[in-house]
Ligand binder design. Sequence first.
Ligand code: SIN
Length: 312
Amino acid sequence: MQDQTTITPSSARSIQIVPAQVPLGAEVRCGDVPALDETAFREVYRAILDHLVILIRGQTLTDPELIAFGRHFGQLDFAPLARTGKEKARPHPEIIVVSNVLDNGVPIGVLRDAEVVWHSDNSYREKPLSYSALYALEVPATGGDTGFANMYLALETLPADLRHRVEGRTLKHDMTYNSAGDLRAGFTPVADVRDAPGPSHPIIRTHPETGYHALYLGRRPNAYINGLSVAESEEILDALWRHATQPRFTWHHQWRAGDIVIWDNRCVMHHREPFDAGARRIMHRVQCAGDVPRYDPAAKRGSHARAALGSR
Ligand code: SIN
């Protein structure tokens, strides 16, 4: 993470939290993750709630160690729809392999080398994921960067008329396609967005742990704002997405092997740039089960960005 500001020594002696000079993200310097104790993990957890995305560099983890790391942030979820059925079977069902690598012509993982569109993980489920973590085993020399966008800030800066048009409304989240644009096994293409399979969630969501509101958009393709004409829904969604994905809300991570990045899907969207099909990229991912998204109009009205990130 470039352009560091202050280094904040934590109460757990070996941990430093280094915020980025961007609207979200911090590097946590903590040595080897498997050696961290409960006090240290509480510091890491707090850092995610404050900074939304954290990076830990220089790790060498086995799959069981990555699973143990993930369990500190909640109950692990097996993300059944993330699987294509074509990837090579793995001994640890908690781990999703994200990769373009083929083993004897069989993909070892999901999402290929394609661009992965902006999204929040598993918004197409009744209970979307809370946290997701990616651990980089092999990365291309260039390309395949992952971008993150701060959805508290996107909401705080939403033009008042647009906010008024979505306040209290729900959005239908389509489960037909994955974020690399692949039709999921067992689904058929969507002819009318109003009939797309998937749950509805509030467009403005109250974070269950911080109490602040965030814009909750899921994925753009086949989304539909309930109760509106398709034309009006499309117009508002286009405006929301133009606003929410502006570079001023984002941070892009250029991966090194040994990096762990963990993010909070309740207030962050992410996006992956495409990369050279001839390069190898292997990431192991764990994810935590979340709650049914809710909107509580009486919850905190202040700015998460100002409260948690101070001068950034
Ligand atoms: C994902 O959306 O979880 C994949 C992101 C990445 O491959 O960087």
